[in-house]
Design a protein around this ligand. Structure first.
Ligand SMILES: NC(=O)c1ccc[n+]([C@@H]2O[C@H](COP(=O)([O-])OP(=O)(O)OC[C@H]3O[C@@H](n4cnc5c(N)ncnc54)[C@H](OP(=O)(O)O)[C@@H]3O)[C@@H](O)[C@H]2O)c1
Length: 324
């Protein structure tokens, strides 16, 4: 089994780097200065306890990859980048594993590929400099449960989970991966707030962020109920997820923001249409009003379009906009 990591940024670099470090065959797809840095010096993967240089083949374009039987395609782009990449892939008979947030990637993939797998991604990582990825989880780099889409499991899910579990992740094959991914989506509705308001803030700002997050989440749960979508409860989440992946500083660096914050910093476009936007879509389809998620979607897009930096807004401005 060879792992073809499609989009070797924060998550893809961590997964590909750790798989390669335990002897699995890995190739990376990256682009621009990042791809060139990896080709010249290897991928520098910094973890809380050590730094490794990952020397594996890297391609800048899909047509430079020589796909073969036994390849597992691991999709680790942001969701707004998924369809463009899927459309370039020549071998639709290969399994596609979506190690991404949101619940939309699997549906995009299964429109084109037969064997599609979802992964619940709990993996704190940062990609802010070409050639460098910080994998900030400890004692494990991430929790990456794998399941066949739309449900069930099979030999591929089991083999992928086993390879990940040998490589510094907690990973099991699960029957109901989308139930967990809908629960994870609830935990990503605050990504846009973090990108807009930044990470350094006063206690009162933090309280308002928590208020916004709770409002966004309540809307999402109302949409799930209206749409008949099942999701893993908080109790299940806490008992299953445990404390096995704690954010831990890497080389003394302070915590950067999460993946949406990083996208805004790097100017690489936001996947907010598939996070808050997923809730807005469900609301429109099932007659649930979603003003908070709509506001976050619109404001985050606007910030990305203008090339704004994280932290340009205070949370009270978002709350005031809702009150108008
Ligand atoms: N980062 C985290 O801590 C974290 C945690 C949990 C879940 N996630 C989720 O995991 C997924 C991946 O996030 P991420 O933070 O790893 O994103 P990321 O750091 O932006 O990595 C994605 C990489 O894919 C590259 N890419 C996109 N399209 C490509 C193409 N056609 N050809 C070559 N390279 C391409 C991007 O290049 P460009 O930069 O040039 O666009 C980028 O290097 C997202 O769904 C995210 O929400 C992230």
């Amino acid at each position: 089994m060879r792992f073809v990591i499609l989009g070797a940024g924060a998550v893809g670099g961590t997964i590909g780097g750790r798989l390669a470090d335990t002897g699995h065959e890995v190739v990376l797809l990256a682009r621009g200065a990042h791809a060139q840095a990896i080709a010249s010096h290897g991928l520098r993967l910094a973890m809380p306890d050590r730094v490794i240089s990952v020397r594996v083949p890297v391609a800048e374009r899909v047509d430079e990859l020589d796909f073969r039987d036994g390849d597992v395609l691991v999709l680790t782009t942001k969701t707004h980048q998924t369809t463009q990449l899927l459309d370039e892939l020549p071998r639709r008979d290969l399994p596609v594993v979506c190690a991404q947030n949101g619940v939309a990637n699997e549906r995009m993939a299964v429109r084109r590929f037969t064997a599609v797998y979802g992964v619940v991604v709990m993996l704190p990582a940062a990609f802010l400099e070409p050639g460098h990825v910080d994998a900030q989880g400890a004692p494990y780099s991430g929790l990456l449960d794998v399941g066949r889409y739309p449900h069930g499991s099979d030999d591929t899910a089991t083999a992928v989970a086993a390879a990940l579990a040998r490589s510094g992740f907690v990973s099991n094959a699960v029957q109901d991966v989308m139930r967990w991914k809908y629960a994870k989506l609830l935990r990503n509705l605050g990504n846009a707030i973090q990108a807009l308001c930044g990470v350094d803030m006063s206690d009162s700002d933090l309280e308002q962020v928590q208020e916004l997050d709770a409002l966004a989440r309540a809307e999402a749960e109302a949409c799930y109920r209206a749409a008949g979508i099942d999701w893993a409860s908080d109790e299940e989440w806490t008992s299953h997820r445990g404390m096995q992946v704690q954010w831990t500083p890497v080389e003394g660096r302070d915590r950067a923001g999460g993946s949406t914050w990083q996208s805004l910093v790097r100017g690489s476009g936001l996947e907010v249409d598939y996070l808050n936007g997923e809730i807005v879509l469900l609301g429109r389809l099932h007659g649930v009003d979603t003003p908070v998620n709509r506001l976050l979607q619109v404001r985050a897009h606007d910030a990305a379009r203008r090339g704004a930096r994280p932290g340009e807004m205070r949370p009270f401005e978002l709350l005031s906009a809702l009150a108008r």
